[in-house]
Design a protein around this ligand. Structure first.
Ligand code: ARG
Length: 275
């Protein structure tokens, strides 16, 4: 089956987009829109590097805070693995962390134009994103999974053919699904929970999303299950401007320390208890 073969190719490649020149239209639009600033930065690297550096001792992070356990609201505060790790990175850099919540699809652009210093949002490193931004070392791994209603006739990836699939807009789930099953079968939502609500309401047949948020959405909504057959392996990292290698290096150094002394592990374990 064609779709299945593609899915396998993606799984084998580990990261998305390696095998496909034209991945998704949204990423293409993002690239097109950002093209002018890429050119500008190529022409005046030194000036831009100075400008893109964080100022006022603030480390401004862009995220999309509807993605538990990585980032979500608790008592009007953004908490989660990313928020905690970012806080410690900022501390190590002697800076104060400020988190800006935005649409997931706006994060890369915000990093690229320098309106934020970094993007941390359970964001998967992909070839396509690497065209416009740099990524830190990875700090977590993930898998794309499929959520369906209990008792659904969909029991594996292959059964998704011709079904209505919900995704969070501009995520890798969106790209995989549109590429594998056709634009006409994809419904895009601004948040993962909105896709899951649509699934519960019977508007769509399945949701493709990262495993940990999937677990948390399924826990919060009765009558949903995660299929055993997974979709693709991914790695999360922090996006930084290509003009700010100094920040990237500092982030990597901080991340390295957090990995070496077990802090990163214990933060992840705190939010993702082993079952
Ligand atoms: N890992 C997926 C991606 O990079 C989904 C990330 C969604 N993150 C979020 N905070 N909403 O596309």
């Amino acid at each position: 089956m064609k779709a299945m073969k593609r899915v396998l190719a993606l799984v084998l490649a580990g990261v998305l987009c390696l095998a496909f020149a034209a991945c998704d239209t949204s990423a293409k639009n993002e690239r097109a829109a950002d093209q002018s600033s890429v050119e500008a930065s190529n022409n005046s690297e030194t000036a831009d590097a100075a400008e893109a550096k964080p100022t006022n001792g603030k480390l401004v992070m862009a995220t999309n805070a509807s993605f538990p356990p990585y980032e979500y609201y608790e008592n009007e505060k953004i908490v989660g693995i990313d928020a905690e790790v970012a806080e410690l990175i900022a501390e190590k850099l002697g800076m104060e962390l400020e988190i800006k919540d935005m649409e997931f699809g706006s994060i890369i652009g915000a990093v690229q134009t320098g309106s934020v210093d970094m993007g941390m949002a359970g964001m998967t490193v992909t070839e396509d994103r690497l065209v416009t931004v740099d990524f830190s070392d990875t700090y977590a791994t993930a898998v794309q999974v499929i959520i369906v209603k209990e008792g659904s006739e969909i029991i594996s990836v292959d059964d998704l053919e011709g079904k209505k699939i919900g995704v969070q807009e501009n995520t890798t789930g969106d790209i995989y699904a549109s590429d594998g099953f056709g634009e006409e079968n994809i419904k895009r939502y601004s948040k993962g929970n909105d896709a899951v609500a649509a699934l519960s309401a019977g508007i769509i047949d399945a949701v493709i999303i990262d495993n940990e948020p999937a677990k948390s959405y399924v826990k919060a909504n009765e009558g949903l299950v995660i299929l055993e057959s997974t979709y693709a392996d991914e790695e999360y990292a922090i996006a930084v401007s290509k003009d700010n290698t100094e920040l990237k290096e500092n982030i990597n150094k901080a991340l390295g320390e957090l990995k070496a002394d077990g802090t990163l592990d214990s933060i992840i374990k705190k939010y993702i208890p082993e079952d």
